[in-house]
Design a protein around this ligand. Structure first.
Ligand code: PEP
Ligand code: MG
Length: 594
């Protein structure tokens, strides 16, 4: 089916890029459960059927575990491990048994009820980790049911003839792991969230994905054309010819840029007048760091360590953390990695950490405040990072520093741990660079007091914008106020850079602003050398830097600092890009949404 009126779908883009392709629609096909009642004498035979289905499920999941481990690494394989554990979950099995005996329904009904109850329990928890595990429990439940019913399980049953965009109500983590990347160009799902396992696997596979689509997928059919702007989380169904052509051109350009960047194999792009910048990656898990090094030959400018805890749903021991950090340091060597200590709190909660209940968690016991409130956890993490520093080029930085005193305390704990390690003859790099994130206006404004205490600053613009303009970074209702290039933000950044250089320290930017092409010239023009961003943005930023002149960027900054608001600065930047590098892909090359 082709043609028809353009239609828009909105979701959350968990990767970046544009994609054009034919739809491959796979709406959930319901499992039809038998309604059979049984007699008490039939309980043993029904239970035996369940045991056989569990055995089959175990075999399938063990095979899948091995595939995922080989393709995507140990950390992703753990997702399948969780599914395997569910098959032996005593509480779940006991619940199935109780339903079977009390209701005398067939085993399929008993499994379905017990799984539904387990999902409800998970969804009722405040911690998003548990809410998202409901998705895994449903996935395992469906596998058991399909095995009971003799239906095919795991993986996708139908494959289109040409690479297509898979649109589906939901994609379970195991289905995502099964995807044939020669066939699936991108995925669009109604279910999922930014941190769901499906999203994590999509990111690990490097597959463009939009999740949590708000609109129904009803009415979509195989063969319809779709154009995806993944960064903005937008899907255009039935785009007109001009739109499809613009998206296709951008897709081709992205591929060419990547090829060019890899071909040049240069870590440091250089402006036309010889200023060198260093590009590095933002990652959340060791495997992503390894992939960034392998694909883009870059190091890591921000390792968000809290995601190790969040994906596991519990705090990691020192030993487990050390293993993850060591593996990362070795994988990116000879490049370096900056581990940011836990930024838990705000919207990143972990119920097992017994976090304080707060009315305004973004202003509460978040990040370094949490670490200082739980020094035993903080010191465990510092020990793990320091121990890993013996295996590569490791740096450490502290998130959300808002006072000098916090930084003094954080460094005091670091020094204590160093002493303990020396006393125990455990190797570590005593000279490792220590950094302070600048994400709070008080830290930005007093940067000259902080600079002498550290080796570098890393500006977290996501939070600096949020706290400077009092605008919740995740609230779409006030997104218009979220202006990264607002002069109030730029003036703070400039002040931070000047303070750092006066003390002979270096500065990095690791917020999303670093990856926004519109703002790259501003960041460079301030004299910032290191830009850290999600790996998929590296090629286009690399290209842009190679096309501009530092001298012009400095003039742009001077003009921007005098503007009245962020929109005025945006207009200046757009103008700058059009003159300096008209071929750059800022998003303006795409036609307006229908
Ligand atoms: C930031 O605030 O810009 C940043 C990089 O940290 P996060 O996005 O993890 O809060
Ligand atoms: Mg931050």
């Amino acid at each position: 089916m082709e043609g028809g009126k353009p239609r828009l779908l909105h979701g959350i883009g968990v990767t970046t890029g544009t994609v054009v392709g034919k739809c491959w629609v796979r709406l959930m096909h319901e499992i039809v459960l038998p309604e059979r009642q049984i007699t008490p004498e039939q309980i043993p035979s029904e239970w035996k059927r369940l045991e056989e289905a569990l055995g089959l499920s175990r075999g399938q999941l063990e095979d899948l575990y091995e595939n995922v481990r080989q393709m995507m690494g140990d950390d992703k394989a753990e997702i399948i491990e969780f599914h395997l554990m569910m098959l032996d979950d005593e509480e779940l099995l006991q619940n199935i048994r109780t339903i079977l005996e009390q209701e005398l329904c067939c085993i399929e009904q008993a499994v379905d009820h017990a799984i539904a109850a387990a999902c409800t329990t998970m969804q009722s928890k405040a911690d998003p980790y548990f809410q998202e595990r409901a998705e895994d429990i449903r996935d395992v439940g469906n596998r058991i049911l399909r095995n009971l019913l003799g239906e095919p399980v795991g993986g996708i049953q139908y494959s289109p003839k040409e690479p297509s965009v898979l649109l589906t109500d939901d994609l379970t983590p195991t289905e995502t792991a099964h995807l044939d990347l020669n066939i699936v160009k991108a995925i669009v799902t109604r279910g999922g969230s930014r941190t769901s396992h499906t999203a994590i696997l999509a990111r690990a596979l490097g597959i463009p994905a939009i999740v949590a689509v708000q609109e129904t997928l009803d009415g979509l059919a195989d063969g319809m054309e779709v154009a995806l702007d993944v960064s903005r989380g937008v899907v255009i169904v039935n785009p007109d010819e001009a739109t499809a052509a613009a998206y296709r051109a951008r897709e081709e350009k992205q591929k060419a840029l990547l090829a060019q960047m890899l071909d040049e194999n240069r870590l440091c792009p250089e402006t036309r007048d010889g200023f060198q910048a260093r590009l590095v990656a933002n990652v959340e898990l060791p495997h992503e760091a390894e992939q960034a090094k392998r694909r883009y030959n870059v190091g890591v400018g921000l390792f968000r360590t809290e995601f190790l805890f969040i994906t596991k749903g519990r705090p990691l021991s020192e030993e487990e953390q050390f293993e993850n950090y060591r593996q990362t340091a070795e994988a990116v060597y000879p490049r370096s990695v900056i581990f940011r200590t836990l930024d838990i709190g705000g919207d990143k909660v972990l119920s097992q950490l017994d976090m304080p209940q707060e009315l305004n968690p973004f202003m509460g016991t978040r990040a370094i405040r949490f670490s200082l409130y739980r020094p035993e956890l903080f010191k465990e993490q510092l020990r793990a990072i320091l121990r890993a520093s013996a295996y590569g080029k490791v740096r450490v930085m502290f998130p959300m520093i808002s006072t000098q005193e916090e930084l003094v305390h954080a460094i005091k704990y670091l020094d204590e741990v160093k002493l303990e390690l020396s006393r125990d003859n455990i190797p570590f790099n005593d000279e490792l660079d220590v950094g302070c994130m600048i994400e709070v206006p008080s830290a930005a404004l007093l940067a000259e007091r902080l600079a002498p205490m550290v080796d570098f600053f890393s500006i977290g613009t996501n939070d600096l914008v949020q706290y400077s303009l009092a605008v919740d970074r995740g609230n779409p209702a006030i997104a218009y106020l979220y202006q990264p290039a607002h002069p109030a933000v730029l003036r703070q950044m400039k002040h931070v850079v000047d303070a750092a250089y006066a003390s002979g320290k270096w500065v990095s930017v690791c917020g999303e602003m670093a990856a926004e092409l519109l703002y790259t010239p501003l960041i460079l023009g301030m004299g910032i050398h290191e830009l850290s961003m999600s790996p998929m943005s590296l090629p286009s930023v690399h290209q842009l830097i190679s096309n501009i002149r530092m001298q012009d960027a400095e003039i742009l900054v001077a003009q921007a600092l005098e503007c009245n608001d962020g929109l005025e600065v945006d207009a200046l930047c757009r103008n700058f890009l059009q003159r300096a590098c008209p071929e750059i892909l800022t998003g303006d090359d795409l036609p307006p949404l229908p």
